[in-house]
Design a protein. Structure first.
Length: 99
């Protein structure tokens, strides 16, 4: 039920801001060469200029509840993914999205 998602995400405060966790949402893009290149570039950029962001990739066979997803600081969504409902679910939670 989409109405149960409204406001599920609560922005982190205080100590919760240390060690930001971002979830890369499942998509067909995740297994692509572009995704591997993005991951490598992100790691190299982070090594040169530490951001404190940890990316967790939601891949095949891994499933999270809406509450578990809402516990991340942010979600990365790649718009060319065929499952547009994923975007609307996180948007409805009021979760920050990096598009």
């Amino acid at each position: 039920d989409a109405t149960s998602l409204r406001g599920l995400y609560v922005p982190p405060q205080g100590e919760q801001l240390n060690g930001i966790r971002a979830l890369v949402l499942r998509s067909t893009w995740v297994g692509s060469i572009m995704a591997r290149a993005f991951q490598k570039v992100f790691v190299e950029m982070d090594a040169a200029n530490p951001s404190g962001v940890t990316l967790e990739w939601l891949g095949a066979g891994k499933f999270l509840s809406y509450q578990e997803i809402a516990n991340f600081h942010a979600a990365l969504f790649f718009p060319e993914q065929p499952d547009k409902l994923t975007f609307w679910e996180q948007y409805e939670m009021s979760m920050p999205l990096w598009l």
